[in-house]
Design a protein around this ligand. Structure first.
Ligand code: PLP
Length: 376
C-alpha cells in the first residue's frame, strides 16, 4: 500500500456544480458560483466582504496594494512560513523583516515583535501555523499601539478560532488558500477577506484590473473604465463551482480531519514520549483548524532516517518550510543565519505525516504502526 502525503478529496457535489456552471455558458469570474462562495464565506466567518482570488498569494498581493505599501516600508513576517507571506509585499518594494516563532505553537513569537518595529514598519503578517491561532490579543495590542496594520495569512486556519473568534477576522485583511493541499480546495485558488468595510470598493477595483467593472455589473455606473492600478485576480466561475461543492461540506471535512488528528495524537503519545519526539501543542484557548499533523523529531539526523524508513514502506512523510531569513532571497533583505534560532531548529526537525480527509482507517493504522516501529 502506498500512502501519499496528500490526496485530492471529492465530497460528491463538485461535478454537479461544474455541470451547472457549464450550462450557464459563462465561465468567467463573479458568476453565480462565485457569488454563492462569497455569501457563504461572509456568513460562516462573519467578515464584511469575501472576494475569491486566483490564489492566496494573489490575495496577499492585493493586501499590499490596498495598504499602499511603498519601497522602504517594512513588513514583519514569521521566518517559518511559505515564501508568499513575504514575497507578496517584497513585490511592492517593501522589506520583509523576519520574526522568530514560538517553540510551542511555531507561530510568530509576539514577545519578540515589539523589538522589530521601527518607524518604517507598516504591517505585521501573522500566519496561523497548522491552523492554530497566533496570540492575537498581544499582536493586535502591539499593532494598535504602534499604528501598524495587520494582515492574517490564514492559509492554514480556515474555520479555526482564537478565544472564540474566527481566525481571519482580526486583521484589516486576511487571506485564504484553496490550493489542493489545503482543507478546502479547488486545485488553485484563494480569497481576500475584508474586515474593514471602507477597503471593499477599492479591493473590487484592484481585483478587476484597476477598473470599476464590479460596480458596472451591479448597475451602479453605466460604463466601466480605468480608475486605479490593479491586476487580474478574479477566479473563474468553473473553479468557484468546484469550491462551492467543498465549502458547503465544510463541517464534514473538518469533522473527518479532527478525528484523524485526534487519533494520531492519542495513538502516538506513548511512543513520542519514549522517543523524545514532541507532538503539536494546541493552547486551550485555540480551537484549531486541523490543517496538518506534524512531529518534532529529536534531531535532523533522526528526521532524515524517519522519512527514509517510512518511504521504504510506501508512506510519504515530508518536512516543511526552510527558514526564509537565511534563504538566498532572505539574506538580500538583511536576514542572517542564527537570527531566528527557533525557526532554524524546528525547520530541521519537523516532519508532517500523511493527512487528508479521505484517509481511511486502514491507511492511518498503517502509518501509525510504521511510526511506532521507528526508534530515534
Ligand atoms: C499555501 C500557502 C500560501 C499560498 O497559497 P496559494 O493559494 O498557493 O498562493 C501562502 N501562505 C501559506 C502560509 C500557505 O500555506
Amino acid at each position: 500500500m502506498t500512502i501519499p502525503f496528500n490526496r485530492l478529496q471529492m465530497l460528491g457535489d463538485e461535478a454537479k456544480y461544474i455541470e451547472q456552471a457549464l450550462a450557464n455558458s459563462h465561465l468567467m469570474g463573479d458568476g453565480g458560483f462565485t457569488r454563492k462562495c462569497h455569501a457563504l464565506l461572509e456568513e460562516l466567518l462573519g467578515v464584511r466582504r469575501a472576494l475569491l482570488t486566483t490564489s492566496c498569494t494573489h490575495a496577499l498581493e492585493m493586501a499590499g496594494l490596498l495598504l499602499d505599501l511603498q519601497p522602504g516600508d517594512e513588513v514583519i513576517v514569521p521566518s517559518f512560513t511559505f515564501v508568499s507571506t513575504a514575497n507578496a509585499f517584497a513585490l511592492r518594494g517593501a522589506r520583509p523583516v523576519f520574526a522568530d516563532v514560538r517553540p510551542d505553537t511555531l507561530n510568530l513569537d509576539e514577545r519578540k515583535l515589539e523589538a522589530l518595529i521601527t518607524e518604517r514598519t507598516r504591517l505585521i503578517v501573522p500566519v496561523h501555523y497548522a491552523g492554530v491561532g497566533c496570540e492575537m490579543d498581544a499582536i493586535m495590542d502591539i499593532a494598535t499601539r504602534r499604528g501598524v496594520a495587520v494582515v492574517e495569512d490564514n492559509a492554514h486556519g480556515l474555520f479555526g478560532h482564537y478565544r472564540g473568534r474566527a481566525l481571519g477576522t482580526f486583521g484589516t485583511f486576511s487571506t485564504l488558500s484553496f490550493h489542493e493541499t489545503k482543507n478546502v480546495s479547488c486545485g488553485e485558488g484563494g480569497a481576500l477577506l475584508i474586515n474593514d468595510a471602507h477597503h471593499a470598493e477599492r479591493a473590487e477595483i484592484i481585483r478587476e484590473k484597476g477598473t470599476n467593472r464590479s460596480r458596472f455589473f451591479r448597475g451602479m455606473v453605466d460604463k466601466y473604465t480605468w480608475v486605479d492600478i490593479g491586476s487580474s485576480y478574479v477566479m473563474s466561475d468553473l473553479l468557484a463551482a468546484f469550491l462551492y461543492g467543498q465549502l458547503r461540506e465544510h463541517e464534514r471535512i473538518q469533522a473527518r480531519r479532527r478525528a484523524l488528528w485526534d487519533t494520531y495524537h492519542q495513538e502516538l503519545s506513548a511512543w513520542a514520549t519514549a522517543q523524545g519526539v514532541a507532538q503539536p501543542h494546541v493552547p486551550a484557548h485555540c480551537e484549531q483548524a486541523y490543517h496538518m499533523y506534524y512531529l518534532l523529531m529529536p534531531s535532523l539526523e533522526a528526521r532524515t532516517r524517519f522519512i527514509q524508513q517510512l518511504r521504504q514502506q510506501g508512506i510519504n512523510a515530508v518536512f516543511h518550510y526552510l527558514p526564509l531569513h537565511s534563504s538566498e532571497m532572505g539574506r538580500k533583505f538583511g536576514g542572517e543565519v542564527g537570527a531566528c534560532p527557533v525557526t532554524e531548529d524546528v525547520s530541521d526537525r519537523l516532519v508532517r505525516l500523511p493527512f487528508y480527509s479521505t484517509m481511511t482507517e486502514a491507511e492511518q493504522s498503517t502509518v501509525l504502526s510504521a511510526v511506532r516501529d521507528f526508534r530515534c
